[in-house]
Design a protein around this ligand. Structure first.
Ligand code: PAF
Length: 280
């Protein structure tokens, strides 16, 4: 992979890179399409990264289907699929990790200790291997996008991070490989996340800016779903991820909710616009 990347860059080509853990869906396809449009060489990585899963999380059961992913890759013009093994990425003796500080502490960082250390480590390694000009991430993993953008700026990595809007099912559920875990009943219950977010955005547009009142509306809708157990439901500044008391157009509303045993995340910028443009 490194040799091919070096050769492409030496030939004056640009490299678009879409890092994934596989089990691709339409959200990934939208990243691939944008990558295809921007770069000369389109690289997709598929690697279920053990270091970003905590003890008791779903590393073993995370859905995998390399055959189907290869077809999606082909349909979206991918030039190279990079699918290393865990032994290749973390050979024996491995002991180097990348740790971004403040922005990894709240939200998923608080619920999943060590998660972002695993994400930034593997993404830094993948960037060194694939040497991308552009790297594409979905806004659904909003905090991940903030954390990776921070790492790229702080470590002077020569890559442009591009965040793209969340792709949703027709009923609003954010696309995620983990949706495959949901039973039909849970799948219906899972609609409460996007409904709650949409209601809060509507209230904001009607003039409400006091976060405690906006939060009450968010919780009212989530609490009315019997299968939902809230992990977090927060209003944060979209850049610093600091808590806000009054919402404005930079405010992100971020949710993590368990539906049955499946932990789903979703978010919106409260102003409802597509806000993740290029950050680096
Ligand atoms: O978003 C994901 O699928 C993963 O966190 C990533 C960025 C591929 C790192 O393993």
């Amino acid at each position: 992979m490194q040799e091919r990347a070096t050769a492409a860059l030496a030939a004056g080509k640009t490299i678009s890179f879409v890092p994934t853990m596989g089990f691709l869906h339409q959200g990934h396809a939208s990243l691939l399409r944008e990558g295809r449009a921007r770069g000369d060489l389109l690289v997709l990585s598929i690697f279920v990264n053990p270091t970003q899963f905590g003890v008791g999380e779903d590393f073993e059961s995370y859905p995998r289907d390399l055959q189907r992913d290869s077809e999606t890759a082909r349909d979206n013009g991918v030039d190279i699929i990079f699918a290393p093994t865990a032994g290749e990425m973390y050979p024996s003796g491995y002991q180097t990790y990348v740790n971004v500080e403040k922005v990894t502490l709240p939200l998923c960082g608080a619920s999943r200790p060590g998660h972002f250390r695993g994400v930034t480590t593997v993404v830094a390694k993948l960037f060194n291997i694939v040497k991308p000009t552009y790297a594409f991430f979905g806004q659904k993993d909003f905090q991940q996008l903030v954390v990776i953008s921070r790492m790229v700026r702080d470590l002077n990595m020569d890559v442009t991070v591009v965040g793209l809007p969340t792709v949703r099912e027709d009923d609003g559920l954010a696309m995620s490989s983990r949706n495959a875990y949901l039973s039909p009943e849970e799948r219906l219950g899972a609609r409460c996340l996007s409904r709650a977010l949409a209601a809060v955005s509507e209230l904001y547009h009607a003039g409400e800016v006091v976060v405690e009142r906006l939060r009450a509306e968010l919780l009212r809708i989530l609490d009315s779903e019997p299968l939902a157990r809230i992990d977090y439901a927060e209003f944060r500044d979209g850049d610093s991820l600091e808590e806000v008391g009054l919402a404005d157009d930079r405010t992100v509303v971020a949710l993590a909710v368990r539906i049955g045993t499946t932990r789903l995340i979703d978010n919106i910028m409260i102003a409802g616009g597509v806000t993740w443009k290029e950050k680096c």
